[in-house]
Design a protein around this ligand. Structure first.
Ligand code: HEC
Ligand code: HEC
Ligand code: HEC
Ligand code: HEC
Length: 450
């Protein structure tokens, strides 16, 4: 009888690691508001020897003044307070809420960290707004051990720390409040009552939020290199999946006989009839409702720059969805919902490739060229698309310019501020002026012609 060779120890260990990695990547971590664990309260993080130091501590992996930065500078500390202001009172009144905004779960879902009461520890308070555990996940299982000798990031993650350092997970977290998901959402009804339009881009907003972490050699060793363009690209893909999943969700996709209106370009309805602003766009004819495709346009540019082999078929799928939404035309046996579901799956399959990609200066240039090309196809005729393009271009220019010596910085500032000027008035946005400024910018950066 032949005995099988025993599998060497190192291979078995490696195989276990593969299994573990597959598990970690296959099962998306629950968002902080949906975690089964108990939230312990920001006060637990605030001691000066933990995260409440006044200045960054030398010789520590992390800054340890995260709480101080958050408390003094981060707008998330105000998220609850805005529920007490006049605008919130008016929103609550117009919606006919039975309780004031600051005690209504609908509002607290995003303006605080408000898990179900059974999962709130004694020291957790709602009034602090979006605190540490609202992003890093309830600390029940990792609080005691995460600063011990022998603690590791992997162990913290297995104990419920949310993986904020992974681009797709971070995007899902931010977008769950800054766009909404199946657990919280700002519908057109809320906007009609006066809630501001939500406009978001992960990379830009991460830079806007005063950073309580420092990306240095030690950070990269522990968590990898968070390339700015990767955070942007993955963020766009995740944003599109949020939009399409809302469109196809029978609970949220409709409002009476109409689809949920926040999924469409606001200004396709909200402008005076005397302003004849229609122009040909992505094959959608006049008088039709246009999907808010601002993130889809970014994603088209990303696919063209990063995965050129997939670009033609991706564009075709996007185009088919647009047509189906605007006119009802779809391939036999399908409707716009089938097309939206297929596109969602395709984008989910793309995300790992976007996460693996290295985004060096050459890729940055290609993305910039692809964005200019989008504008030549008159894609940025809607304000929201132009706004997304501007946020992308700002990040690209900030990252590219230090590397390209030859650029005329004064002229570049001029072109950037012209772009911004066009966006100052969302209700009277002029696409042609935006495109002209974009062409100037491309010339300045010597991007090769597409
Ligand atoms: C899906 C998440 C979500 C829900 C639900 C939500 N909001 Fe908001 N709200 C936000 C975000 C995100 C912002 C910040 C927008 C920005 O600045 O980009 C905001 C902004 C606001 C503002 C403007 C804040 C300011 O600084 O001027 C008010 C007022 C407001 N919300 C009130 C409410 C009220 C009242 C409710 C409940 C009826 C509510 N919100 C429900 C996410 C949400
Ligand atoms: C709006 C979401 C948000 C809130 C609120 C928030 N963080 Fe963070 N935090 C992040 C993100 C994003 C990162 C960067 C990605 C990463 O390293 O995980 C980060 C990174 C960190 C890091 C890791 C730094 C490193 O070098 O590894 C620590 C420590 C931290 N935060 C502590 C805190 C504490 C303490 C609070 C509360 C006072 C807090 N955070 C509140 C989103 C948030
Ligand atoms: C639990 C919900 C929630 C999560 C998660 C969240 N935010 Fe926010 N965020 C808000 C709310 C609500 C506001 C508005 C606060 C206000 O108006 O004072 C806000 C405001 C902001 C602002 C200030 C915007 C402005 O107009 O000045 C930035 C920047 C921001 N968030 C970035 C992020 C980033 C980046 C992430 C993900 C790492 C994130 N947020 C995750 C709810 C959230
Ligand atoms: C399909 C058309 C359509 C789209 C798309 C649409 N809206 Fe509306 N909106 C309406 C209608 C209809 C009303 C109700 C007007 C009324 O009561 O006079 C309304 C009302 C509003 C109001 C209240 C205006 C008032 O006079 O009180 C706001 C604010 C608003 N919408 C914002 C938005 C935002 C922001 C978006 C995009 C995210 C958007 N709308 C997308 C059709 C639309």
């Amino acid at each position: 009888m032949v005995h099988p060779e025993p599998v060497p120890m190192y291979l078995r260990a490696a195989f276990c690691l593969v299994l573990l990695l597959m598990l970690v990547s296959a099962v998306a971590a629950p968002l902080p508001n949906q975690s089964p664990d108990r939230t312990e309260g920001t006060v637990n993080c605030a001691s000066s020897t933990c995260h409440g130091s006044i200045t960054p501590l030398e010789g520590s992996d992390v800054l340890q003044n995260e709480y101080t930065t958050w408390l003094r500078l981060d707008r998330h500390t105000q998220a609850y307070a805005v529920l007490l202001n006049e605008r919130s009172r008016s929103i609550a009144h117009k919606l006919g809420l039975k309780t004031p905004a600051h005690t209504t779960q609908l509002c607290l879902d995003c303006h605080s960290h408000a898990p179900p009461p059974s999962r709130r520890g004694k020291r957790h308070v709602l009034t602090e707004g979006v605190g540490c555990e609202g992003c890093h996940g309830p600390a029940e299982k990792w609080l005691a051990g995460h600063a011990e000798e022998g603690a590791s990031h992997a162990r913290n993650l297995s104990q419920g720390l949310y993986p904020t350092e992974r681009p797709a997970a971070q995007a899902r977290l931010c977008l769950s409040c800054h766009f909404g998901d199946d657990s919280r959402f700002v519908s057109h009804r809320l906007m009609g009552a006066g809630h501001p339009r939500l406009s978001f881009e992960v990379k830009t907003f991460t830079s806007l939020e005063p950073a309580h972490f420092r990306i240095d050699a030690d950070y990269r060793k522990r968590k990898g290199n968070p390339e700015a363009l990767k955070v942007w690209a993955v963020g766009q893909a995740v944003a599109v999946t949020h939009l399409l999943e809302t469109l196809t969700d029978p609970k949220r996709g409709r409002q009476g006989p109409f689809p949920e209106l926040v999924l469409f370009d606001c200004y396709s309805c909200h402008h005076p009839m005397s302003e004849k602003r229609w122009s040909p766009r992505l094959g959608v004819g006049p008088g039709a409702l246009r999907l808010n495709d601002s993130n889809l346009l970014m994603l088209r540019a990303i696919v063209r720059a990063v995965l050129p082999g997939q670009s033609a078929s991706f564009d075709a799928e996007v185009h088919a969805l647009h047509l189906a939404v605007a006119t009802g035309e779809a391939p036999p046996g399908m409707d716009y919902l089938d097309l939206a579901r297929a596109l969602t799956q395709r984008i989910k399959d793309l995300i790992p490739a976007l996460e693996r990609q290295h985004y060096g200066p050459e890729v940055m240039r290609r993305v910039l060229v692809a964005l200019v090309e989008e504008s030549r196809q008159s894609s940025f005729t809607d304000y929201a698309g132009a706004e997304q393009a501007y946020m992308a271009i700002t990040s690209l220019v900030n990252d590219l310019v230090p590397r390209s010596v030859a650029v005329d910085k004064a002229a570049l500032r001029g072109a950037m501020s012209r772009l911004l000027d066009v966006l100052a008035d969302d209700e009277h946005y002029q696409p042609a002026v935006f495109q002209a400024a974009l062409e100037d910018l491309r010339g300045l950066l010597h991007a090769p012609a597409p």
